[in-house]
Design a protein around this ligand. Structure first.
Ligand code: DGL
Length: 269
């Protein structure tokens, strides 16, 4: 990718998700690339994405990508497993910036783990798309993949009720179902789920879980470097936050994982 018209190394990187989940990806990327400018959009008006159809997700994504284009982004991170699984192929060539989808960007690395069985926790839409299984089996058809959706986990995170005993009961019951299959590792295949690692590790060992954004952030760093698109700036990058509904709730729910210094700006398309 050459440097495109109007895009410079200092142009921002866009991130989007249905809500606060994508901040788990932004956090990993900023740890590796603190000098990059970023723009984060959480589509809280339409959360949960995991219960939506492909057609609905496309309708939401098109204006979001246009927004990143207007903001001159040099790349966009699909910080959402659900959109990566369902609509990446449809939107990847719509603009001249590169789009990094979480599932496809990490599948090869995960397929090379020295394990025979893998659990995947994700949204209903991601699981029903079969995207993780398909992408991993492209590289390693022998890995056994156990997929399970957890429909309550996104609302628990978005509503900031992670530590309620009712929430912990739901999380434990979903976890037990997966543990009964004895996977060697479990992917947290929804960007909201890393908010729950504290609770999950009350019931089992923490190193069982894989957060794909660890590998996604490394992939983004090396790909931007290969395309000569990393900023040369030595000062800390500026992060701007937007959401499509209820900014106060967004800030509140985000804070167990990512402290914003002010509410995100409300923006609708
Ligand atoms: N965090 C998103 C994902 O990774 C979407 C969750 C949702 O809104 O259902 O799938």
């Amino acid at each position: 990718m050459s440097i495109l018209k109007n895009i410079s190394k200092d142009s921002p990187i866009g991130f989007f998700d249905s809500g606060v989940g994508g901040l788990t990806v932004l956090d990993k990327v900023k740890r590796l690339l603190p000098n990059e400018n970023t723009i984060f959009f959480g589509d809280t008006l339409h959360v949960p994405y995991g219960e939506k159809t492909k057609e609905q997700l496309l309708k939401f994504a098109i204006p979001i990508l246009d927004f990143f284009k207007q903001n001159n982004c040099k790349a966009v991170v699909m910080a959402c497993n659900t959109t990566s699984s369902l609509i990446y192929e449809d939107i990847k060539d719509m603009h001249d910036f590169k789009i990094y989808p979480v599932v496809q960007s990490v599948a090869k690395i995960i397929s090379e783990f020295k394990i025979k069985s893998l659990g995947v926790f994700a949204t209903k839409a991601t699981i029903e798309s079969g995207a993780y299984e398909r992408e991993i089996h492209k590289y390693n058809p022998n890995m056994k993949v156990y997929s399970q959706y957890c429909p309550q986990w996104v609302p628990i995170v978005e509503n900031g009720i992670i530590n309620l005993s009712e929430s912990k009961c739901i999380i434990k019951s979903d976890l037990d179902k997966m543990l009964s299959k004895r996977p060697e590792k479990i992917i947290l295949g929804c960007t909201h789920y890393p908010y729950l690692t504290g609770v999950l590790s009350e019931f089992t060992k923490n190193d069982l879980f894989i957060d794909p954004s660890t590998f996604l952030s490394e992939f983004i760093k090396s790909d931007l470097a290969n395309n000569d698109l990393l900023t040369d700036s030595v000062s800390l990058g500026i992060d701007k936050f937007y959401c499509s509904s209820n900014p106060a709730k967004f800030e509140q729910s985000a804070q167990t994982f990512y402290k914003l210094d002010k509410e995100p700006e409300l923006i609708t398309f």
